[in-house]
Design a protein around this ligand. Structure first.
Ligand code: SF4
Length: 247
């Protein structure tokens, strides 16, 4: 298996003008604190060089205009792994550009840091929305096969901390019913659901073309107009990201 970093091709800033209009920026931090998900090569987008991360993040954050008054910050892990200088800059830019809502991502193991983040931004009347990659609500599948590291089988417990969830679909073992069940649970407990269709990379878990076909034919039409559901048929559909490892 050939593994090759292709970080340089990553796009890091985009404007989404369709559902849930917003600017989105892919920043870089010290790396995901979990790193064990068996499908993920996304965590390879990190650097231990804090100064380089700060510089790269400054460059991308300078592109923000505030056009939709909404900003999504993603960073191949959790917001807690971004340099404090970057967090300060995000806060300053949100104030300057009159952004009213800022979205961050976090792994379940970082949940205790979320209340302070909400409080920090709320001082300037900026709402913080936190997204978690749950991938599926099937606990056994998630923890024994995907190795996601979420130690609860209770969606409402996850939703105590997190506002939005991501699901991973198109992987072996999933059925029409299991995928719909995950989406419906997501919509019951969370404000929004983001469905990522598995894209092949150099990691152990591969997409299943027959499951993807099933999704496209039978599930995509059910949810494509749903304003609370984002569907990424490719992982660059939001205009950021790229290939991290090749097969
Ligand atoms: S999916 Fe998220 S939590 Fe899991 S290893 Fe990748 S970056 Fe870390």
């Amino acid at each position: 298996m050939k593994k090759e970093l292709e970080i340089e091709i990553m796009e890091r800033y985009s404007i989404i003008n369709e559902k849930n209009k917003r600017e989105i920026v892919l920043l870089r931090g010290q790396g995901c604190s979990w790193r064990r998900c068996r499908f993920c090569d996304y965590h390879l987008d990190f650097s231990r060089d804090k100064e380089e991360n700060i510089t790269l993040n400054q460059k991308e954050l300078s592109k923000i205009t505030g056009i939709h008054q909404k900003l999504e910050v993603i960073n191949s892990g959790s917001f807690t792994e971004l340099p404090e200088e970057t967090m300060d800059l995000i806060e300053t830019i949100c104030i300057e550009k009159k952004i009213k809502e800022v979205h961050f991502e976090a792994h379940y193991n970082q949940r205790k840091f979320i209340p302070a983040l909400r409080q920090r931004f709320s001082k300037n009347n900026i709402s913080v929305i936190i997204k978690i990659g749950v991938e599926t609500f099937d606990y056994l599948f998630r923890e024994s096969y995907l190795v996601k590291g979420i130690q609860t089988d209770n969606p409402s417990e996850i939703a105590t901390y997190f506002d939005e969830c991501c699901l991973l679909q198109g992987i072996p073992g999933q059925t029409k019913d299991s995928m719909i069940q995950d989406i419906e649970i997501g919509l019951t407990y969370f404000n929004r659901v983001c469905i990522n269709i598995m894209q092949e990379n150099g990691m152990a878990i591969k997409p299943d073309p027959s499951v993807i076909e099933l999704f496209v034919k039978e599930i995509y039409p059910l949810y494509k107009e749903n304003q609370r559901v984002d569907i990424l048929l490719e992982n660059t559909a939001f205009g950021v990201g790229g290939v991290t490892t090749n097969v």
